[in-house]
Design a protein around this ligand. Structure first.
Ligand SMILES: Cc1cc2nc3c(=O)[nH]c(=O)nc-3n(C[C@H](O)[C@H](O)[C@H](O)COP(=O)(O)OP(=O)(O)OC[C@H]3O[C@@H](n4cnc5c(N)ncnc54)[C@H](O)[C@@H]3O)c2cc1C
Length: 414
């Protein structure tokens, strides 16, 4: 595949952009593969990419029922940070954040990583003590964060109102190297690199069953027929429970819709990401000028991939005290994605009761930021049977009571 470069752009400009190749091929499925990944979201594609790049396993298919990146990967608010409290979470999210720093160069695809800084506001005494504790924990974990006071918050984000009557801003946990990236580009970049390694990305093909020989997986039934495999990776976010049932085991997971919205575009006014967890809302400004606003998850289990009016009202109402300017903005559109939530709000990266079948799920409301680290660990797990980054996230933790409780730590996980 031809590399993208400034020279290539100039060459194509001179010949009316007739020479660009397709970014990835659309092959018919082969009879069998060394590894099949179900789900062409960021996590599935990153798993395939690192299987090829780090472990030399390239006879791989990624099977997607819709279009690649059309699940949560193309629907999220793109916040990237690694300031988690628990050590296993901090390790995998920091691995991901550091891989994001050079991902555009590694993939030869501009993922528009923007380390503009992420601040998580402290708006109650309890939250203030919580973020100070996280800043100390991050120091021990080697993650660069700091607790900053209201004056610094105002300097970094001039449109913020510090003196809200209900929830004044008392400070914030600040991660200067956190930020955002273009979500579709992450999926497209990994897909192009996988295709370039000879892997097959098979879109518009639904996995409808998992075929086993005794306790061992031997392939998948799909809408395009049976496809054999030696190893199977299930990476389908909100549909994890459905796929696990096909394979013959159960997951401690729930599927709910999570929603977000964007405003009309306005002039640049905010160049950091702000999360306000007490009132529950978070906001950043996109390169187009829209204010990107994240809301909450539905309060009941569902598979509804769309937004609803009451979330728009609830989220804007939550944020308007801290960001009075949004009271005058028109909201352009809103949407939803189906996220997969575990009880401790931490992911599952694990072997399963079925031999050669692996699962990567449970990233819930916060898995975009984890994509490179999760793919790295999942590929290692599938290739070698274990991965230091994935060890603590095994399925057995639920039986053994070894929870990695990020919901208590953060209250929110985007
Ligand atoms: C509104 C919203 C805001 C968010 N904000 C953030 C944020 O700011 N920061 C952050 O870090 N995270 C955020 N997240 C979470 C993040 O988007 C997800 O954790 C992450 O994208 C999950 O990626 P994935 O690859 O596991 O899943 P997905 O991208 O959902 O991919 C799974 C794929 O599996 C496919 N699939 C399902 N069933 C089958 C089948 N039977 N056969 C074949 N294919 C199948 C689906 O079609 C889908 O494409 C947000 C999520 C939402 C919805």
């Amino acid at each position: 595949m031809r590399r993208y470069s400034a020279f290539a752009i100039a060459r194509e400009a001179a010949r009316h952009h007739q020479g660009w190749e397709r970014a990835w091929k659309s092959p018919a499925p082969k009879k069998s593969y060394d590894a099949i990944i179900v789900g062409a979201g960021g996590h599935g594609l990153a798993t395939a990419y690192y299987l090829g790049r780090n472990h030399g396993i390239r006879n791989v298919a990624v099977i997607e029922k819709g279009w690649l990146g059309g699940g949560n990967t193309g629907r999220n608010t793109t916040i990237i940070r690694s300031n988690y409290l628990q050590d296993p979470s901090a390790a995998i999210f920091e691995k991901a954040r550091s891989l994001y720093e050079t991902l555009s160069q590694d993939l030869n695809y501009n993922i528009m990583f923007s380390p503009r800084g992420v601040m998580m506001l402290a708006q109650t005494e309890h939250e203030l003590r919580g973020w100070q504790r996280t800043a100390h924990a991050n120091k021990l974990q080697g993650i660069e964060t700091e607790f900053i006071g209201p004056k610094k918050v105002k300097e970094l984000c001039p449109i913020i109102n510090l003196d809200g009557p209900r929830y004044p801003v008392l400070g914030a946990l600040w991660q200067a190297r956190g930020g955002t990236a273009r979500h579709d580009a992450v999926a497209w970049g990994y897909a192009r690199a996988c295709s370039d390694m000879g892997m097959d990305i098979i879109q518009q093909t639904e996995v409808t069953g998992v075929r086993r020989d005794g306790g061992k997986v031997i392939g998948v039934e799909t809408t395009k027929g049976f496809i054999g495999c030696t190893k199977l990776g299930i990476v389908v976010a909100g549909h994890s429970g459905v796929l696990a049932e096909m394979a013959g085991f159960r997951l401690p997971i729930e599927s709910v819709a999570l929603q977000a919205l964007v405003s009309e575009p306005i002039k640049p006014c905010m160049d950091v990401v702000v999360m306000a967890n007490t009132v529950h809302g978070y906001m950043s400004q996109s390169d187009k000028g829209e204010m990107v606003i994240g809301g909450g998850a539905d309060g009941y289990n569902n598979y509804t991939q769309r937004g609803s009016f009451h979330h728009v009202e609830e989220t804007v109402r939550a944020l308007v005290e801290t960001f009075p300017i949004i009271s005058r903005l028109k909201m352009l559109r809103w949407w939803g994605g189906i996220v997969d939530m575990t009880g401790d709000r931490s992911p599952i990266l694990s072997t399963t009761p079925v031999e050669n079948c692996f699962i990567n799920c449970g990233w819930g409301t916060g898995g975009f930021k984890a994509i490179p680290g999760s793919g790295w660990a999942m590929a290692e797990l599938m290739a070698k049977g274990h991965s230091p980054l994935a060890e603590e996230f095994s399925l057995t933790r639920f039986r053994e009571g070894r929870f990695i409780d990020e919901s208590v730590a953060a209250g929110v996980a985007h």
